[in-house]
Design a protein around this ligand. Structure first.
Ligand code: PLP
Length: 454
């Protein structure tokens, strides 16, 4: 939307705009909420529910939270909202065309994972896929006489952690593996955790907050040796690094459309043929009755296209994005005193950098950077606003104050070298400003102590 004479404005809720205006010190001058003369901008509804603030170039470094839908993906989806509106279960031509599109998408997702199409079940996203894998295996293995046990890690996404906590309430025993300071599980600890009643190991492939990649192949070997099913939450690895379900002996794998430049609200669960998984939903005959519900054809088509494009561009994207991430991280660590990158000693997804800036509150940094046009995160997007420090960062051994001082920068296909230059200009200055305001930084930071002892 335009703002008239050269200046562009963007829409926000009055609350967000006023908070930004207040924090930025730009006060009332920049916010249409306080400037009635701006009310004609864009010809939008002017019922007090919207506000306009000056538009700026925005840099998005939060791709682990979500990614933009690729143009090719949107183009592939669009016909299924209008002309191709058939129900994929109908036997007439409308339905069969939709069915064909769904099955093509199943092949595309399978190919990305080195799986067979019949091993792919479409779901509503990563959360449903994780839930289905965990509750499905446990239900299929439990009997009244049989006590069952599940092994997972302390740094899983809430979709796995909260599922496991729910299982515990239902009497299932769960072991949460600790991780090293780089966020890796210890394979010997995993071996020791296995019990005769263990039915499932659920360990994520790549971590959403620090990007650490677990040794899936070795975990798969341990699971196979003990005849235990292995589920992996691969929501953050699929599309970023190669994922091969056969090479890693994984039985179940969760992925999500909106993390791979596909639409939100769609995902998939890979289930190796022969794996015993109970169904969780009951209804019609969709997806062989195993996951009933009329297929969201457009979203599934989008997921399939996104999977195909990810397979084709993965190598090139990983190399380019990895080089940008490394430059950002190395430069930040060398330019900003008292900061360190988390998980940097382990294999990581190439796009993720999590940095602790001693003496600041990451929430304040995220707001300060947003004011300068840079979007990043304090950790998992779903936990923003939660007062608890990140469970991932405390699990790798950070003190609570350090965990609260950590920000995640996650790059993506749209990130350019110019974005990184801009980020390198913005972030050190913002950290410096916050540290000047910090009551604790000067007295406790090693750099400050070094300075005072000079
Ligand atoms: N697992 C991981 C590692 C994630 O990062 C996310 C989302 O952030 C999920 C699961 C949940 O996926 P969805 O948003 O598709 O439900």
């Amino acid at each position: 939307m335009g703002g008239g004479t050269g200046t562009e404005y963007e829409k926000m809720t009055p609350d967000a705009a006023c908070i930004i205006a207040a924090i930025s010190g730009r006060g009332k001058t920049n916010c249409h909420h306080h400037r009635p003369e701006r009310r004609e901008n864009g010809g939008e509804r002017q019922n007090g529910s919207l506000c306009y603030v000056q538009k700026m170039r925005r840099i998005y470094l939060d791709h682990n939270a979500t990614t933009p839908v690729r143009t090719e993906v949107l183009d592939a989806m669009l016909p299924y909202f209008s002309g191709e509106y058939g129900n994929a279960s109908s036997i007439h031509t409308f339905g069969q065309r939709a069915r064909g599109a769904v099955e093509t998408a199943r092949e595309q997702v399978a190919e990305l994972l080195n799986a067979s199409p019949q091993e792919i079940v479409f779901t509503s996203g990563g959360t449903e896929s994780d839930n289905h894998a965990i509750f499905g295996v446990v239900r299929a293995s439990s009997t009244e006489q049989r006590q069952v046990h599940v092994i997972t890690s302390a740094i899983e996404h809430e979709a796995v952690l909260n599922s496991c906590q729910e299982l515990q309430k239902q009497g299932v025993q769960v072991t949460y593996l600790r991780v090293s300071s780089d966020g890796l599980i210890d394979l010997e600890e995993l071996r020791r955790a296995v019990r005769p009643e263990t039915v499932l190991i659920s360990v994520m492939h790549a971590n959403n907050e620090i990007g650490t990649v677990q040794p899936l192949k070795q975990i798969g070997e341990i699971a196979t040796e003990h005849k235990i099913y292995l589920h992996t939450d691969a929501v953050q690895s699929v599309g970023k690094i190669p994922v091969d379900v056969q090479g890693s002996q994984v039985h179940l794998l969760a992925l999500s459309g909106h993390k791979i430049y596909g639409p939100k609200g769609v995902g998939a669960l890979y289930i190796e043929s022969g794996t015993r998984v109970a169904q969780l939903l009951f209804g019609g005959h969709h997806q062989r009755g195993f996951r009933p519900g009329t297929e969201n054809v457009a979203a599934i088509v989008g997921l399939g296209k996104a999977a195909e494009l990810a397979r084709l561009s993965l190598g090139e994207d990983a190399a380019r994005i990895g080089a940008l991430r490394n430059r950002l991280e190395q430069q930040l660590v060398s330019r900003v005193p008292d900061c360190h990158a988390n998980g940097a000693g382990a294999a990581r997804t190439p796009n993720t950098s999590n940095i602790t800036f001693a003496g600041i509150e990451a929430e304040a940094l995220v707001i300060a950077l947003d004011l300068k046009g840079l979007a990043c995160s304090t950790g998992a997007a779903c936990s923003s606003g939660a007062v608890q420090p990140s469970h991932v960062l405390t699990a790798i051994g950070l003190r609570e104050s350090e965990a609260r001082a950590s920000a995640r920068f996650s790059l993506g296909r749209g990130t350019t070298s110019a974005d990184i230059d801009a980020a390198l200009a913005i972030i050190p200055a913002a950290v410096g400003q916050l540290r000047e305001l910090s009551p604790t930084y000067h007295s406790s930071s090693p750099a400050a102590l070094r300075q005072t002892s000079k």
